[in-house]
Design a protein around this ligand. Structure first.
Ligand SMILES: *[C@@H]1O[C@H](CO)[C@@H](O)[C@H](O)[C@H]1NC(C)=O
Ligand SMILES: *[C@@H]1O[C@H](CO)[C@@H](O)[C@H](O)[C@H]1NC(C)=O
Ligand SMILES: *[C@@H]1O[C@H](CO)[C@@H](O)[C@H](O)[C@H]1NC(C)=O
Length: 309
């Protein structure tokens, strides 16, 4: 009996392939604000849409092909302006945006640092941009202009090393003072900045990005929410979270296929032995793509003998 078992090494086995999980998007044509849309998606699907790569973008575009206008996706950002110079928390709420209607405008979702113009108005700008800057010196309680163009973080290092920090502007008088230090026709960095704080609703890590090169008005909102549209090729922007828009949810779609395969072995193999079975799976797995996961599936009871394979 034993020799028969070992000789007949033509086996058939049922294997189930679980290919990688893919996001399945659902376009919901109800007009809800972002929070309501999030609740809807979490109730009926997994969450508001996360778009994690360019393949997702393509699928997403297929789903919203019947929509010309904006739709919510699962993106949001917390807005938390902070002064680099911690010494001066009094008056830290003072702001003098260039235009209260149009600034901060967060163009291309890439402007996290604030500069002051020679007219005293403030702009948010790309922190990598090189501008002269204004430091604060606690020893002399004076603002100090540095007429050397640097990125915001290099300007901060310079101020912290040579003085106290970048300038904190706490009121209109201080703003007028700092304004006089800005070279004519230029901007200068101030100490105001914010961290990116951009998140997906489902807590996926934020890596891939697909921003539209337009402004994203922040106003005085503490949070702004992500939208996109077919008309803008699914490029992202931010809108006030109270806006009522249709939205896109997702669920995970697990692609599963059951296949029957025939195995031929020259050596002795005992498939009643869990360790040998696992080893065989590992060998098969090596031949397949990483995204596929394999396991044996039980065959129907009437076929008891094969089940043990
Ligand atoms: C805002 O940012 C500052 C500095 O990073 C931090 O100390 C503070 O806790 C943040 N506040 C909120 C509400 O996130
Ligand atoms: C301090 O200032 C000097 C010029 O006065 C400059 O060369 C140096 O790089 C500054 N230090 C830092 C850390 O930026
Ligand atoms: C196969 O493996 C099982 C479990 O390890 C063991 O009980 C059985 O004796 C083995 N059969 C042969 C033919 O080696």
């Amino acid at each position: 009996m034993k020799s028969f078992l070992l000789a007949a090494w033509i086996l058939s086995a049922l294997l189930s392939f679980s290919l990688c999980q893919e996001r399945q998007y659902y376009f919901v044509k109800k007009f809800l604000n972002w929070d309501e849309a999030q609740r809807y998606c979490r109730k009926h699907h997994t969450d508001l849409a996360t778009i994690g790569n360019s393949k997702d973008v393509k699928q997403f575009l297929d789903i919203v092909s019947s929509a010309d206008d904006d739709v919510w996706i699962g993106l949001y950002s917390n807005i938390n302006w902070t002064w680099s110079g911690l010494l001066n928390s009094v008056g830290s709420q003072y702001r003098n945006w260039e235009s209260s209607d149009y600034d901060p405008d967060f163009i291309s979702a890439n402007q996290f640092c604030v500069c002051i113009g020679d007219n005293g108005g403030w702009w948010d700008y790309d922190c990598a941009k090189k501008f002269p800057f204004v430091c604060y010196n606690a020893g002399t309680t004076e603002f100090v202009a540095v007429d050397e163009a640097m990125s915001w973080s290099n300007a901060r290092t310079y101020c912290r090393h040579n003085f106290t920090d970048l300038a904190t502007i706490g009121n209109i008088k201080e703003n007028q003072w700092v304004q006089t230090l800005v070279p004519t026709g230029y901007w200068a960095w101030t100490g105001l900045y914010r961290d990116e704080n951009i998140y997906w609703s489902d807590k996926s890590s934020f890596g891939f990005s697909n921003w539209d090169h337009i402004s994203n008005l922040i106003g005085s909102d503490a949070r702004i929410c992500g939208a996109t549209s077919k008309a803008r090729s699914a490029k992202w922007k931010f809108l006030p979270c109270q806006t009522r828009l249709p939205f896109v949810c997702y669920s995970f779609k697990v692609m599963k296929r059951i296949v029957k395969i025939k195995l031929t072995s020259t050596g002795a193999l005992n498939l009643s032995d869990p360790e040998q079975k696992a080893q065989l799976l590992r060998k098969l797995q090596e031949k397949l793509s990483e995204s596929a996961s394999l396991k044996f599936v039980e065959q129907p009871k009437k076929d008891k003998k094969k089940t043990e394979l």
